[in-house]
Unconditional design. Structure first.
Length: 238
């Protein structure tokens, strides 16, 4: 985990340094062209950093990945945001087209929001509803981005560390608000339904090997148990 974060941090830092070096030689005429190459690079890095969010956005490259929400991951999210803000601020805003000024502001607001909600508001401690695999797993199963068997294989990989995911969530939640807690209970009850009979029927109808089916069934059972465990952290939900 730490090696992955360090490598990604280095990639971000390298991209930032290269961006700053290039910017010294830029002029108003090619500012938009440079920004247009920056945007897809940033977006790919952003979805890699936020693979669960990428599922809802339909960016399929990182569907099988799951970030474990421990203190390291939140610290890294802040570092990521600050590094990309540095890269963004290397552009001369006034030299951008109106469309790119809008995109600039959207990216800036998103990165600043991540920093504020993590460092100041500390949503990771107050909002247990943010820890819920049901919604993204439902999208993985029901979106027609790949044949059924491939979708099930992606799901299997995505939830293989669900126990670690919910264990980390339980460790980091601290004095959650009543409203967020109520929402979390409701969401996790719905999440368990995602892994019910309809999913079992899909597995049966798929072309997964027997070994893949056994593995997926085991991971589903572990995910249901972990979901129920975190729900029971908030009485009187159990």
């Amino acid at each position: 985990m730490s090696k992955f974060y360090n490598c990604l941090y280095f990639i971000i830092l390298l991209a930032s340094c290269n961006r700053l070096t290039d910017q010294k030689n830029t002029n108003p005429q090619n500012e938009d062209a440079l920004f247009n190459t920056f945007q897809p690079r940033f977006l790919d890095a952003y979805w890699k950093e936020n693979p669960s969010a990428s599922i809802f956005a339909g960016y399929g490259k990182y569907y099988d990945q799951l970030v474990i929400p421990d203190s390291n991951s939140f610290m890294h999210a802040v570092v990521f945001s600050k590094q990309w803000l540095d890269s963004l601020h290397a552009f001369a805003y006034n030299n951008l087209s109106d469309d790119n000024k809008i995109n600039y502001s959207i990216i800036q607001n998103q990165l600043q929001s991540t920093i504020w909600y993590t460092d100041t508001f500390k949503y990771q401690q107050k909002d247990p509803s943010s820890y819920n695999l049901g919604g993204e797993c439902y999208y993985l199963l029901t979106r027609n981005y790949a044949p059924l068997t491939q979708r099930l294989q992606t799901l299997s990989t995505h939830i293989q560390h669900a126990g670690d995911y919910y264990a980390a969530a339980q460790s980091i939640i601290d004095h959650p608000t009543k409203e967020y807690t109520t929402l979390a209970i409701q969401q996790n009850e719905g999440s368990i339904d995602v892994f019910g009979a309809a999913l079992a029927d899909s597995i049966k109808a798929s072309s997964l090997t027997d070994a893949e089916k056994d593995t997926l069934h085991h991971r589903i059972a572990s995910t249901i148990t972990a979901t129920a465990d975190i729900r029971c952290q908030f009485p009187p939900s159990c």
